[in-house]
Design a protein around this ligand. Structure first.
Ligand code: PGA
Length: 249
């Protein structure tokens, strides 16, 4: 079942997501967490850091990574995850994986990453953002619902959105390795975060439109344990049907 919780802002949303993560880790100190990058989860990491929880026994897998950036590039997700998640939260860096392809055929790296998730016992709790076009991780519209970790193209809108992290859009890679929609669906719990009016259209389509390949984030409605945490702006176009509204701030 998909639950929707509408919060006042991204800080309240981050606190709620951090509480769910903390409950998971308190129940199992060796939990496997799925990490999203981007702006959306930043308030979650900040709130989780405030908890002061010992996260050193946690395994973590990032959702995606660019293909083609040099190792150590500050905007590679390997660098971003280290800077924004591993260090502030005190994760053990040897237990945190990002689907990098340094010196390796990216297709092989992608298949190996999928295998690593399986070998870790699967992801217990996956944090997700949503793209303006409804993408989930870097699964752009058209990605199959069963897709696994793979090399995938980044579409123009996504590259434009991510150009803010680079000096120009031309520097944004054109390919990535991303967990697939099938991979994400296998995580035992999903938390989808959406903050800001620029996410409203995609969120409404994901929660109320058809479930299918044209709206990757719609797959969360087929998941047995998914919660959507959206601020009022992101939830503005959401009607009264669709996911159950659990709470409204
Ligand atoms: P954002 O990205 O958190 O930076 O908005 C989310 C996404 O594109 O999935």
């Amino acid at each position: 079942m998909t639950r929707l919780v509408v919060v006042a802002d991204d800080h309240e949303g981050g606190e709620l997501a951090a509480e769910i993560i903390a409950d998971q880790v308190e129940a199992n100190a060796a939990s496997v967490l799925g990490i999203a990058t981007g702006t959306t989860p930043l308030t979650t990491w900040a709130a989780l850091a405030e908890h002061g929880l010992d996260l050193s026994g946690v395994d973590a897998f990032a959702l995606d990574e660019y293909v083609g950036l040099p190792q150590g590039h500050p905007e590679s997700f390997e660098s971003v995850v280290h800077r924004e998640v591993v260090v502030p939260l005190g994760l053990d860096p040897t237990r945190v994986r990002v689907p990098v392809s340094h010196g390796v055929d990216p297709h092989l790296a992608a298949a190996g990453y999928e295998q690593s998730i399986l070998e870790a016992g699967g992801i217990d709790l996956q944090i997700l953002g949503i793209g303006r076009n409804g993408h989930l991780a870097f699964n752009e519209p058209g990605s199959t619902l069963e897709s696994l970790t793979r090399v995938a193209p980044l579409n123009a809108e996504t590259r434009e959105d991510n150009a803010r992290f680079f000096s120009s859009v031309d520097e944004v890679p054109t390919e990535c390795i991303t967990q697939g929609l099938g991979t994400i669906s296998r995580a035992r719990t999903l938390i989808l975060l959406a903050f800001g009016s620029h996410k409203a259209q995609a969120l409404a389509a994901a929660l109320e439109g058809p479930i299918g390949v044209q709206m990757p984030a719609s797959i969360i409605r087929s998941h047995p344990d998914a919660v959507v945490i959206a601020d009022r702006q992101a939830a503005a176009l959401f009607g009264t049907t669709g996911a159950d509204r659990l709470a409204s701030a």
